[in-house]
Design a protein around this ligand. Structure first.
Ligand SMILES: C[S@@+](CC[C@H](N)C(=O)[O-])C[C@H]1O[C@@H](n2cnc3c(N)ncnc32)[C@H](O)[C@@H]1O
Length: 203
């Protein structure tokens, strides 16, 4: 890992992900998580203040740098969060363990998002749900073309983040069924602000 990824990227991500537009979406979706919750790609813990009282959160993320921010948020809000500092493949968790999985702006970055969804499905209870907020491919052809063009550079700057994934299809075609889906731009440059959010159940 280089100096940029170790020292600058975590600060940058923590700042960028705190934007009021993203917080507004967090406040709408995260409270829908109930019971035992697995948050995949918990990052700097910015969803933690939005969980309902009484949920128990296990956060998975390979970034130990972001985990220290998340731990601060957990302490500040007096939440007992269990952290697993690893990628979301091969989780040391029994099948059918969680009521809800939460993934926010991480399917864009996880190197193999389909493998991640398979693992999420394994550890979710049969009646479990997946709460998601993701950015991705725009529904406007000219914006989507721009996203494809700048994606190689964006991946480097954004620590592996992709602009042009299609999270609704990824979820719907890989063991889940979309129960609700809202998509559209939030304020900001169009290439980075087309968001998909909703709830999926196990298909
Ligand atoms: C853009 S950040 C989003 C963080 C957080 N979910 C949020 O809403 O602020 C993407 C996150 O995906 C995490 N990530 C990257 N590869 C991963 C993997 N294989 N498994 C789980 N998380 C991963 C990164 O470390 C980072 O925390």
């Amino acid at each position: 890992m280089g100096i940029y990824e170790k020292y600058f990227l975590p600060k940058l991500l923590n700042m960028a992900m705190k934007s009021p537009e993203l917080s507004k979406l967090r406040s709408q979706l995260v409270p829908m998580a109930t019971g035992k919750v697995l948050e995949v790609g918990i990052g700097s813990g910015l969803n933690l203040p939005f969980y309902q009282k009484g949920v128990h959160v296990t956060g998975v993320d390979p970034s130990v740098e972001l985990k220290s921010y998340a731990q601060e948020v957990a302490d500040e809000h007096n939440l007992a969060v269990e952290f697993l500092s690893q990628g979301c493949a091969d989780l040391p968790i029994e099948k059918d363990s969680f009521d809800t999985a939460v993934v926010t702006w991480s399917l864009c970055t996880i190197p193999d998002p389909l493998e991640a969804l398979e693992e999420i499905r394994r550890v979710l209870k049969p009646n479990g749900k997946l709460v998601f907020i993701e950015h991705g491919k725009s529904n406007e052809a000219k914006v989507a073309r721009l996203q494809n063009r700048i994606n190689p550079l964006w991946r480097v700057i954004g620590g592996g983040c992709n602009l042009n994934r299609q999270p609704d299809d990824m979820i719907n075609n890989n063991g889940f069924k979309l129960e609700t889906l809202t998509e559209g731009y939030i304020p900001g440059p169009k290439f980075a602000t087309y968001n998909y959010r909703g709830i999926a159940s196990i298909a």
